[in-house]
Ligand binder design. Structure first.
Ligand SMILES: *Cc1c(COP(=O)(O)O)cnc(C)c1O
Length: 486
């Protein structure tokens, strides 16, 4: 697909646009507007299929960067209107070169899922329905779908059925919403009403994290005004798991309200904290336990991988993503709180104009008006069923094992982690060669892996998160790496 020229993209009066009607838009004609919708949606449908069909053969990493894409889409704001279908065609024709092959089978960068067919189609419906899904009183269909999706997830994760599930944009906001709720709750238990009395003179909350926590925990702490000087960082083992002896020492060293952040799925190694050992220690010290399980919580859905999450259900809050392991489109994460009363204390709004019908979405997340982003998650779960979710997670794990085995067999490549879950980390003998291999893989185009740093050394990371990855994709990727190393 050739990019349209920058000049054509900038033109407000090319063959694709229809004449302006002056100050008033043509859209005031309702019948005309309905026709616009049909042809615009048909154009989007066609372009979407073309994109999906291109995934297997196009380079996974784009050949152009931001500057080229600004050229294609930039220029001054057009003075006059352009018809909807023409706009969609411009988008589709221009976008290709800068799009990343994320929904395909060989994107292994960061921790990023693809999109299951049912979830993708459901997401289109969410846009067409245009439901502002903050409250059951306003949008019963989408709130019901999200509530069911939340209940199904609690069941799959083995978490308490009465917990609240708030759909947010992703793991970052889920961590933020859970930690905000946690701070409110531990202060309330210490006799401090944060909503009324504010933070200024509040008792100090001890914030205990592992040495290999995800960066989104650090950002959540910043959003909450919990400064680095107030954190206690507990040492971790060689896979990034928090040491129970370290947690015991950290909590013994102080007193008062405390929040302990644990992790299901370290982003480099995929390792899980030992919840069975750590959570009882934290609870014995009266701490709130939060689990960041952006992709790791999903291990609990598989009878074969569930052991990794043993003891996790005893925590007080859990953050996870649907757009990673469950393979729904961006964006969708879940903030799960054991006691919904804590969510309500943190988020329920007091506005008179709002009518409550039980637990509303706006009672359990920071948002008010919101997209029904949980509906694609409902569709993904409905299409997979319990066995299908387990099979998906086990397949990701099996692909990771196969990738690790294949990489380990390449002369000079060393796999650095245990590969108990979906992450594979590897490197060459020296840092410069490792970084060069990472760049060469992106340039070669067969697959995408992410550069990383582990224990002060350069590494490369391969995350198995796409339902679309087949054994053939693993083989193609290994062949590419072999040719680049050899
Ligand atoms: C991806 C990730 C996050 C952040 O999630 P987003 O969906 O990117 O906001 C947090 N924690 C871990 C362990 C992750 O892998």
């Amino acid at each position: 697909m050739a990019p349209i020229s920058a000049a054509a993209a900038h033109s407000a009066s090319g063959p694709l646009s229809r004449p302006s009607t002056g100050a008033t838009l043509a859209l005031v004609d309702a019948r005309d507007g309905a026709d616009d919708r049909e042809s615009a949606l048909a154009a989007a449908h066609e372009a979407a299929l073309e994109w999906l069909r291109s995934l297997d053969e196009r380079p996974v990493w784009p050949r152009v960067g931001l500057d080229e894409m600004l050229e294609v889409f930039g220029g001054p704001l057009p003075e006059h209107s352009t018809d909807a279908t023409a706009v969609v065609r411009q988008l589709a024709d221009g976008a290709g070169p800068g799009l990343v092959g994320i929904p395909g089978g060989r994107f292994f960068g960061f921790v990023i899922g693809a999109t299951l067919p049912a979830a993708l189609a459901a997401d289109w419906l969410v846009s067409a329905w245009d439901q502002n899904s903050g409250s059951a009183m306003l949008t019963p269909t989408t709130v019901a779908l999200e509530r069911v999706a939340g209940q199904w997830m609690l069941d799959l994760f083995g978490l308490p059925a009465g917990a609240s599930v708030g759909f947010v944009t992703g793991g970052q906001l889920a961590n933020f919403a859970c930690l905000l709720t946690a701070r409110n709750a531990v202060l309330a238990r210490a006799g401090w009403d944060l909503a009324e009395q504010g933070l200024h003179d509040a008792p100090r909350v001890r914030f205990v994290v592992g040495a290999d926590r995800h960066g989104s925990i650090d950002r959540a702490a910043r959003f909450l005004g919990i400064g680095r000087a107030e954190w206690t960082v507990v040492e971790a083992d060689d896979q990034g798991r928090m040491l129970a002896s370290g947690l015991e020492r950290a909590l013994d060293a102080g007193e008062g309200p405390a929040i302990v952040c644990l992790q299901a799925g370290e982003v480099h190694t995929g390792a899980f904290d030992d919840f069975g050992a750590l959570i009882p220690v934290a609870h014995r010290h009266g701490a709130w336990v939060h689990v960041d399980g952006a992709f790791g919580l999903w291990a609990a859905t598989s009878p074969r991988l569930r052991h990794l999450t043993a003891g996790m259900a005893a925590a007080d809050s859990w953050a996870t993503d649907a757009h990673k392991t469950l393979n729904v489109p961006y964006d969708c994460g879940m903030a799960i709180i054991r006691d919904p009363a804590d969510s309500i204390a943190a988020f329920r709004t007091g506005g008179d104009y709002l009518v409550y019908t039980g637990l509303d979405p706006w009672d359990v997340t920071p948002e008010l008006s919101r997209r029904a982003r949980g509906v694609p998650a409902w569709a993904a779960l409905r299409s997979l069923g319990r066995a299908g979710v387990a099979e998906l997670v086990e397949r990701l794990h099996a692909n990771a094992r196969a990738m690790a085995e294949g990489l380990g067999a390449i002369d000079g490549v060393r796999v650095l982690n245990d590969v108990d879950y979906t992450q594979v980390m590897f490197r060459l003998a020296d840092d410069a060669a490792t970084r060069a291999l990472g760049a060469a893989i992106l340039a070669e185009g067969t697959a995408v892996v992410t550069g990383a740093e582990w224990r002060g050394r350069a590494a490369l990371r391969c995350s198995m998160s796409s339902w679309a990855t087949t054994p053939a994709d693993v083989d193609r990727t290994l062949a590419a790496v072999r040719s680049l190393v050899g």
